[in-house]
Design a protein around this ligand. Structure first.
Ligand SMILES: Cc1ncc(COP(=O)(O)O)c(C=O)c1O
Length: 486
């Protein structure tokens, strides 16, 4: 792992030659054959592997060296090699076929139970893994966990309260997956604003409750600003009215419990709050599993039943499936289980300490050395900042950071950028490099305020065009471009 500026500390320019490349799809199309049909005869495996290895190595440079916000949360080469070995052992496994792969059932039930215990489910009923404790399922990622939970509340409310026009109350800062769920499952979504501290507004939430409310939501923490919503107050509002409450711990579910144990100030957010009836927590983020798994949890089995799918008169037989997919990648569940048990509490505590200390250094440097920037709230490990100087366009700063090798997240409404600190960011020299590069990026933007290209004009357009349909249409075109062959 090379660090480009830690020793020199002399700014971004000197390190330019060592910066990781930014490969593009155009480069690949020029370098390798593009297939619109299956080749007539199969290609040599060694040649295929060599081509794929070349792309993977090129792409790894940025995240390995800590230039990425979020994305790869562990990234240690030994950890990755271990997960790959587990994957290889289980690559044919499909948890749908419990008879062929009982190991898949063992892994998934234990992933769910371990996550439920970590998130305050230990003292409820006979505990996780019993028929009376906090329960759940494994899913393919945070978005699926959230969508499963929202569908569950819709169906539960129809069955138990006869609600046919369901509504969900969601802070504007919650992940887009809630809007996606609303769209997919025909639930009306009511967005509530955040307060001056960027946390969900409790009074506005209370005012939004109607007889059709099936679920209320809070994030721990939110993706954009990394702050934890007032889950205790919000979940109490829900509980008092017999409404479900979902804590989205996709990002923080595998950080906050350890942060709390380490003595960081963590507001209550999990099943220890009686009003919290479901949670999502992503094993493929800070659980350090391979990409493709997450956990959705429910306070009781009755609620989980509304997630399940069964059909009793299909000619293909009696069919039951717990989540959206039919066949599922058993190897990913196996690798997830292996990540949890091999990391262990000691591993999560050590990783969390390093992440929180690193984020603390980033926050301190921003506050001390960047009077032109302002941090949103007081986040633990996702540091969002915006320009307080009208003459400094934060999206141009984002572009200048991209040119220096960084992959940060652009936010809008309001315009801002965030760095989600991972184990990659905790490597020696990465925060120093971030600070040096950010200063260089700001100086560059001040020197060339009218430069063209990058994300700045796109965000500028998205923020100024009042007709959202036009913006959405541009996004559809953009997605089409992902599938267009030359
Ligand atoms: C708070 C939060 N919820 C949900 C998600 C969605 O997770 P995924 O990208 O795995 O679908 C994310 C992703 O960053 C997130 O930060």
């Amino acid at each position: 792992m090379t660090d480009t500026t830690a020793e020199t500390g002399t700014g971004a320019e000197q390190a330019d030659h060592e910066r990781p490349p930014e490969p593009t799809i155009k480069d690949y199309r020029q370098r390798y054959e593009t297939y619109a049909a299956i080749p007539e005869t199969g290609r040599d495996r060694a040649e295929v592997l060599a081509e794929m290895r070349a792309m993977a190595e090129l792409e790894a440079a940025r995240w390995e060296q800590g230039y990425a916000s979020g994305s790869v949360y562990n990234g240690d080469p030994d950890h990755i090699a271990f997960l790959n070995e587990v994957y290889a052992l289980n690559s044919q496994a499909n948890p749908l076929h419990t008879d062929l792969w009982p190991s898949g059932t063992k892994y998934e039930s234990e992933i769910v139970a371990m996550t439920a215990t970590m998130l305050g489910g230990g003292g409820i009923g006979d505990g996780p893994g019993s028929d009376t404790g906090v329960c759940g399922t494994v899913s393919s990622g945070g978005s699926e966990s959230i969508q499963l939970a929202m569908k569950t509340y819709r169906d539960h409310a129809l069955a138990t309260r006869g609600i046919t026009e369901p509504e969900m109350i969601v802070p504007i800062s919650a992940h887009a997956a809630f809007d996606k769920a609303a769209q997919y499952f025909g639930i009306k979504i009511i967005h509530i604003p955040t307060g001056p501290d960027w946390r969900a507004d409790v009074a506005a939430t209370e005012a939004a409750i109607t007889d059709n409310t099936v679920v209320m939501v809070g994030s721990a923490p939110s993706f954009p600003h990394g702050v934890v919503d007032p889950i205790e107050e919000l979940s109490e509002l829900a509980r008092a009215r017999g409404i479900g409450f979902h804590t989205d711990g996709c990002l923080g579910g595998f950080v906050l419990p350890w942060a709390e144990k380490l003595g960081w100030p963590v507001p209550p957010f999990d099943f220890r709050l009686p009003g919290v009836t479901s949670m999502s927590a992503d094993t493929h983020k800070y659980g350090y599993a391979a990409k493709g798994t997450s956990v959705v949890l429910y306070r009781n089995v009755e609620l989980r039943h509304h997630q399940y799918f069964t059909i009793t008169d299909w000619p293909g037989g009696l069919y039951a499936s717990p989540s959206f997919a039919g066949s599922r990648p058993g190897a990913l569940s196996a690798a997830c289980w292996a990540a949890l048990v091999s990391t262990g509490e000691s591993g999560y505590l050590a990783a969390t300490r390093a992440i929180l200390e690193t984020a603390g250094r980033v926050k301190a440097a921003l506050r001390a050395d960047f009077p032109e920037l302002e941090i949103f709230g007081d986040p633990l490990f996702v540091v969002a900042f915006r320009s307080v100087d009208d003459t400094l366009d934060i999206y141009r700063v984002l572009d200048a950071m991209t040119a220096l090798g960084w992959s940060l997240n652009g936010l809008h409404r309001p315009a801002a950028v965030h760095l989600c600190v991972t184990q990659r960011t905790t490597q020696p020299g990465v925060t120093d490099r971030f600070v040096v590069d950010l200063r260089a990026a700001i100086d560059e933007v001040r020197a060339h305020p009218t430069a063209e290209g990058g994300m700045a004009p796109i965000y500028g357009m998205a923020n100024t065009i009042p007709e959202r349909g036009l913006v959405a249409h541009a996004m559809l075109d953009h997605m089409d471009s992902w599938y267009r062959l030359p």
